[in-house]
Write a protein that binds this ligand. Structure first.
Ligand SMILES: *Cc1c(COP(=O)(O)O)cnc(C)c1O
Length: 390
């Protein structure tokens, strides 16, 4: 089918929740390139919203998926699963956590983390059940996670929302102290708010919040759905700040394109007993095998280190481009503040075959695969300079 035919079917049969899509349908990918059926090549600096962490069709992942598909896709959580056990062990070894629970998306992982904080306090009969999140945060689109998400545009149509969610101003420790109470069960935040435009939390704020949580038996939930798995130049963003959360959620980059979500927790926070949480697909052989392979590739190709180095280089180059006012973020999670309309700039980049995101009027969002090279960045900067000079 050509693009026109695909568009026609989409417009007729798909529930449009995204507005107008960009006028392209990709047929295959390789590394940071995406190609249409007609043979046009695009350069992917958005990685399907921070998902395609090791690039498109990485040979090691393709091989591993093929092998696993030939053996077994799914069995359900009624039986033991080797890849699931191995992935759980691997995540515990590379992070602060002792145990994990698998789901299929970021929202579902956060839903699980919120339930875990609530049931932890329920079992302690501490009277704590409220969850605090930050304004302008993004935690997903399920009913509980839109209540946690601090952006009214996502929650307004779904009133009344799940009760017990409070929102505090980011980087404002006084506001945080005013928001917590003897009802607070958990705090959930992103170290760098991604979806709302790449806004980092300050290190001092993070350590203050972590300290207050520790002193009051409030569970700290790090939503690392986007910052996790190497994107910021460390395997997990919490490792930049010298603190450990009690619970961490992962998704996006972990499966390299295969849906998977994870709730990671310290032993003391693992309050679920049999029957108290669950799911049909979570952690199936196909998804957990994919995630194991992604972690292998990250390690074998030093991609976490590459994300840090390339991020620094990218930042320094971006700051030399005309009409770039500031660059926010860490590693390969970058928000570029522009002096011109960001949506138009993103469209002009698209016309020149570069894929990026934009937030609001003034921010370009750049989330390339972690395999990106200096040369890829140089070519992007050339094109961006052309676009922003005009
Ligand atoms: C994308 C995202 C989510 C939601 O993940 P889905 O897989 O879309 O449900 C949650 N939190 C953060 C920080 C995200 O970036």
């Amino acid at each position: 089918m050509n693009l026109e035919q695909i568009t026609k079917l989409d417009k007729k049969y798909f529930m449009n929740t995204f507005g107008d899509r960009l006028p392209v349908a990709f047929d295959r990918g390789e590394g940071i390139k995406l190609c249409t059926a007609e043979g046009e090549v695009y350069y992917d600096f958005f990685a399907g919203i921070a998902v395609s962490s090791i690039g498109h069709s990485h040979p090691a992942l393709v091989m591993s998926l093929k092998k696993q598909a030939e053996k077994l896709l799914h069995t359900s959580c009624l039986y033991y699963i080797e890849a699931q056990a191995l992935l759980a062990q691997r995540l515990a070894e590379i992070s602060f956590c002792d145990r994990v629970y698998f789901s299929n998306s970021g929202a579902e992982a956060n839903e699980g983390a919120i339930k875990l904080a609530k049931i932890y306090h329920h079992k302690k009969q501490s009277g704590r059940y409220e969850i605090i999140s930050l304004k302008n945060s993004f935690h997903g689109r399920t009913l509980a996670t839109v209540a946690a998400t601090g952006q009214e545009k996502y929650s307004a149509p779904y009133q009344p929302l799940a009760p017990g969610f409070l929102h505090s101003q980011m980087n404002d420790i006084e506001d945080f102290k005013k928001t917590i109470s003897n009802k607070t069960a958990g705090v959930i935040f992103e170290f760098i708010q991604g979806e709302s435009g790449v806004h980092p939390l300050e290190a001092e704020y993070i350590s203050e919040v972590a300290k207050i949580c520790r002193e009051n038996d409030i569970l700290l939930i790090a939503d690392e759905v986007q910052t996790g798995i190497g994107r910021t130049g460390k395997m997990f963003a919490y490792q930049h700040y010298g603190i450990e959360p009690d619970i961490m959620t992962l998704a996006k980059g972990l499966g390299g394109g295969i849906p998977i979500g994870v709730v990671c927790a310290k032993e003391a926070a693992c309050a679920f007993s049999p029957g108290e949480h669950g799911g049909t697909f979570g952690g199936n052989p196909f998804a957990t095998n994919a995630a194991l392979t992604v972690l292998d590739v990250l390690q074998n190709e030093n991609l976490v280190e590459n994300a840090g180095k390339m991020g620094e280089y990218f930042k320094s180059r971006l700051l030399q481009v005309p009409n770039v006012l500031e660059v926010r973020g860490k590693g390969l999670m970058l928000g570029v503040g522009l002096g011109v309309n960001a949506k138009e700039a993103a469209k002009k980049l698209f016309d020149r075959k570069y894929l990026v995101g934009s937030v609001g009027e003034a921010t370009l969002r750049i989330l390339p695969p972690l395999i990106i090279t200096k040369n890829d960045i140089d070519l992007f900067i050339e094109t961006l300079t052309e676009v922003l000079e005009k």
